[in-house]
Design a binder for this molecule. Structure first.
Ligand code: ADP
Length: 202
């Protein structure tokens, strides 16, 4: 998309490092990608609770939730999915610049779209692959969507009639087929503690 002309961006006088030292952690994007039913929303909201309890400023952007508002004009064609992720990536990057840990839970099936979201976040993007095979996700089918997709009632459904490109080098992989929710949360929490949360002084 072309950059607008006659627009000059203005710098904030409050530095990002000031916001981060007040919060006690870095501003960051934890980007969860994976098939429908892999466990993105479950882990994102559990992680939000956990980080909040630890005193972090944290907010979850969930794919389904954003489609109720900001992205309600978008469907599931390749172009609409790209725009969905572009907007989500920009919002997540804004939250991170404001000093929050933004947890983003989006199927985000295309590598290029995730790379663009990474670029928007400018160095504070952490890709977490929420991995479970199509068979596992389909057997869970928490929203009954796979059944509908198999019956032809939903088109462009990821894994059935639309592709999913797995991450090539994610910062973290959680294997939800072989680890329970608590173990996956512990793994993400360990990563966040090491990468994002400042050690308490004194
Ligand atoms: P997504 O957001 O990826 O579409 P959901 O979080 O809505 O997936 O659904 C995932 C389903 O898988 C839930 O019913 C959840 O209880 C179940 N599940 C089983 N094991 C795990 C795990 N280790 N992590 C996350 N979810 C799991």
């Amino acid at each position: 998309m072309a950059r607008p002309s006659n627009i000059t961006s203005r710098a904030h006088s409050i530095k990002r490092s000031d916001r981060e030292s007040r919060n006690g952690h870095k501003g960051a994007v934890l980007w969860l990608t994976g098939l429908s039913g892999a466990g993105k929303s479950t882990l994102a909201f559990a992680m939000e609770e956990r980080l909040f309890a630890l005193g972090c400023q944290v907010y979850t952007l969930d794919g389904d939730n954003l489609r109720w508002g900001l992205n309600q004009d978008l469907g599931f064609s390749h172009g609409d999915r790209t725009e969905n992720i572009r907007r989500a990536g920009e919002v997540a990057a804004l939250l991170a610049r404001a000093g929050l840990i933004a947890i983003a839970a989006f199927i985000s099936p295309y590598q290029t779209d995730r790379q663009n979201a990474r670029r928007a976040a400018g160095g504070c993007f952490h890709e977490i692959y929420v991995r479970a095979s199509l068979d596992v996700c389909e057997s869970r089918d928490p929203k009954g969507l796979y059944k509908k997709a198999r019956q032809g009632q939903i088109s462009d459904f990821t894994g059935i009639s639309s592709p999913y490109e797995p991450p090539e080098s994610p910062e973290l992989v959680v294997d939800t087929a072989n680890s329970n929710v608590a173990a996956c949360i512990a793994s993400i929490e360990a990563y966040a503690s090491e990468q994002l949360i400042f050690p308490k002084s004194g």
